[in-house]
Write a protein that binds this ligand. Structure first.
Ligand SMILES: Nc1ncnc2c1ncn2[C@@H]1O[C@H](COP(=O)(O)OP(=O)(O)OP(=O)(O)O)[C@@H](O)[C@H]1O
Ligand SMILES: [Mg+2]
Length: 598
């Protein structure tokens, strides 16, 4: 241990002064240099884990104190731990390696030494990704290189889970009793309001959704509580004899001093998938072995990709590694070609997809079509804002990838020509490959304008209603989408309407919602263009509807349930609530799942 500490001190920034400590022996033999670099990287990884865990652990206190502002702040802060530690580490490694910085051999040896240091970690897959992030900062590698990165993992056996990560089993009593024990294992009974009565209704709900009396049963619950926004969640499943296990979530709220309430019960993989959606921010949940927790979650939600589950528990960088491995494996076993994404082509983004794989690749074009007058930097800023902000179940997560290398023959030839024409600053051809310097990767969903063209009136009404709810949820999280046209929204496989076009997105509190001035002369009345002055952030909700092309059923549902969206006072009131520091609740489950709705 002390040797490791010394390694860091010699090679990195002095903690007290923040100044760089110079390398004491710049021409170390390569194996010693590799050992020292590996130790330094390993120490940095441990530091990242410590910071990440400290924030994660705080979630419980914040929930108990009902400190929602603190909760959102911590969620945002945790996103930065990784890069903050890596920035520092990159500087240390540059100092240590000196002239050898770009030598593959030095890196291959460092990787080997690092591998042995992380071998006993219960989070070695996260540690591998951490090392990859370091090498990619130094090499800006086009494609990937197994000699200096963990393209594939180097471990054969999975890490061993600890008690924290293994679900606890409760058996032998009635379901309400088992629920009571599981819940009070984490929060003693005096933290709760009316727990005994609500576990009865929760048990009735679970029995109802399993469709039978559950006589012989076991309750399996992950001991770590999942925290996000204003909610806390217990996750597990009900096992009963030979029946298929029923995944469940017990959803907690803490709205007043009377104590925690059991607000809702979710059951079945669809409910769980909505809770774990790629349109939500990450949970804070204590885990020592992310591998084990993610594999358990996958048993509950078999359709989820590993990337989604690692993201959901806060390991988004490793989520990208899993995505990349899966994507490469898919390319090896498929033969179809990349084509344009369906729908109205973007004026800002060039969007393409592989039909057999459910993501889209979005590249910022070199030039934007009229009337877009923003810059590449501003577009990237908006995507960054979405990454850091509460996505409220309505903003599709966009993962940033750099230096992708894909075989050219997998592209439709016309698509390659267009890419080179519209995004030449970030797309190059290198022999038989297409190199993409920068792309966002998002889950592919059905654009709402196309959905409306093909759906029946009932589905149109449901989507019209959820489109309105989606705009309201975004508003409650202080987001105004900028462009409300249906081509910018999509429908998920669970029928939820979500938004994916971020270049005009802004904070609600930065907008000015104005009443439409009343014309006082016939000329004003007849004018094709506005006759009153309009500033950049001025928005006229009364005009929204005239730009929207919606099927009749969708329009009727939108007006019936969300007519206030077309009135400026709704928007101004929402701005007021946000400015007053209110954090409006956006439930990640359907209202009928709430126990109070019973
Ligand atoms: N996640 C997605 N799933 C499916 N299709 C998508 C997705 N994101 C974008 N698309 C398709 O690509 C098109 C352009 O994407 P997007 O709206 O993000 O680009 P843009 O350039 O910002 O658009 P605009 O010109 O409206 O500002 C969309 O209209 C849609 O058809
Ligand atoms: Mg668009």
């Amino acid at each position: 241990m002390s040797r490791l500490k010394q390694g860091v001190l010699l090679s990195g920034k002095s903690k007290s002064t923040g100044k760089r400590v110079t390398n004491d022996s710049p021409s170390l033999p390569s194996s010693r240099l590799a050992a020292r670099c590996a130790e330094t990287a390993h120490q940095a990884f441990l530091e990242y884990q410590a910071r990440f865990n400290a924030i994660t652990q705080r979630a419980r206190e914040l929930f108990l104190a009902r400190d929602w502002v603190g909760s959102f702040k911590d969620a945002a802060e945790r996103l930065h731990c990784y890069n903050d530690v890596l920035d520092d580490l990159t500087g240390r490694i540059k100092d240590l390696m000196g002239a050898q910085l770009k030598e593959h051999r030095a890196w291959a040896e460092t990787k080997l030494a690092y591998s042995s240091l992380i071998a006993r970690s219960s989070a070695w897959e996260i540690a591998e990704t951490f090392f990859n992030s370091l090498t990619r900062r130094v090499f800006a590698t086009d494609g990937v290189d197994q000699a200096i990165e963990f393209v594939d993992t180097e471990f054969d056996a999975p890490p061993l889970p600890t008690q924290v990560d293994l679900p606890r089993i409760y058996r032998g009593r009635s379901l309400p009793n088992l629920l009571l024990t599981a819940l009070t294992d984490s929060f003693t009974e005096n933290c709760w309001s009316d727990l005994r009565a609500t576990v009865e209704s929760a048990a009735a709900r679970i029995e109802e959704s399993s469709g039978k009396d559950i006589a012989r049963l076991e309750l399996e619950i992950v001991p770590s509580v999942f925290y996000r926004g204003r909610g806390a969640y217990f996750i597990g499943r009900v096992l009963s004899g030979d029946e298929l296990p029923l995944p469940i979530v017990l959803c907690l709220q803490h709205e007043n001093e009377r104590g925690i309430t059991l607000d809702a019960v979710l059951s079945g993989d669809v409910d769980l998938a909505i809770l774990f959606s790629f349109t939500r921010s990450y949970f804070r949940v204590a885990t020592e072995c992310p591998y084990a927790l993610v594999r358990y979650l996958r048993q509950l939600m078999p359709r989820k990709h590993l990337i989604d589950l690692y993201n959901a528990i806060g390991f988004h960088r490793h989520g990208k590694t899993e995505f990349y491995r899966d994507f490469i494996a898919h390319l090896r076993t498929s033969t179809d070609r990349f084509v344009h994404a369906e729908g109205v082509p973007g004026m800002v983004m060039f969007v393409f997809t592989l039909p057999s794989y459910d993501v889209v690749f979005k590249l910022i074009k070199d030039r934007f079509d009229f009337p877009k007058d923003i810059t590449r930097e501003k577009v990237m800023q908006s995507y960054r804002l979405v990454f850091e902000h509460d996505r409220a179940g309505r903003l599709v997560e966009a993962h940033e990838f750099e230096h992708l290398r894909i075989a050219r023959d997998r592209f439709d030839p016309a698509l390659v020509d267009e890419l080179l024409r519209d995004a030449s600053s970030i797309v190059k051809i290198d022999r038989d490959d297409v190199l993409i310097a920068h792309a966002y990767v998002e889950r592919r969903i059905r654009p709402l304008n196309l959905f409306f063209k093909q759906c029946d009136p009932d589905a149109a009404a449901a989507a019209g209603r959820d489109y309105g709810q989606s705009i309201k949820d975004l508003a409650a999280s202080n987001i105004f989408p900028g462009d409300l046209l249906t081509k910018n929204f999509g429908v998920t496989r669970h029928g939820r309407v979500v938004f994916y076009d971020y270049d005009e997105l802004c904070f609600l509190t930065d907008c000015k919602f104005r009443d439409l001035p009343v014309a006082t002369t016939p000329e004003e009345e007849m004018a094709a263009e506005p006759w009153f002055s309009v500033r950049q952030n001025d928005i006229f909700p009364e005009e929204f509807l005239q730009f929207l092309s919606l099927p009749d059923a969708a329009r009727a549902a939108l007006l019936e349930y969300h007519g206030e969206l077309f009135r400026p006072d709704f928007w101004r009131a929402m701005q007021q609530r946000i400015s007053n520091g209110e954090v409006p609740e956006i439930f990640p489950y359907r209202p009928e799942r709430r126990l109070a709705e019973a």
